[in-house]
Design a protein around this ligand. Structure first.
Ligand code: ZN
Length: 72
């Protein structure tokens, strides 16, 4: 996984970024992805959204393959 400089990443008002433990990852699937999931198959999400557990804010999203691969 390429190095990311944490200061350049979007963060919520609590100061959490996508690498924080206080952040939940929400996978977003394409229609085809939902179709596969409904049959119990695995699908790779098209996007990962990052939501802070403390303030509840969605503050970041990525389509980077290294993040998508973590959800499959
Ligand atoms: Zn927050």
């Amino acid at each position: 996984m390429p190095e990311e400089i944490s200061e350049t990443l979007p963060a919520c008002r609590c100061g959490h970024n996508r690498h924080s433990k206080a952040v939940d990852r929400e996978a977003e699937y394409s229609l085809v992805g939902w179709f596969l999931l409904s049959f119990g198959l695995t699908a790779r999400p098209k996007r990962i959204k990052f939501r802070c557990r403390e303030c509840g804010r969605l503050f970041d999203a990525t389509t980077a393959p290294e993040w998508l691969a973590r959800e499959t």
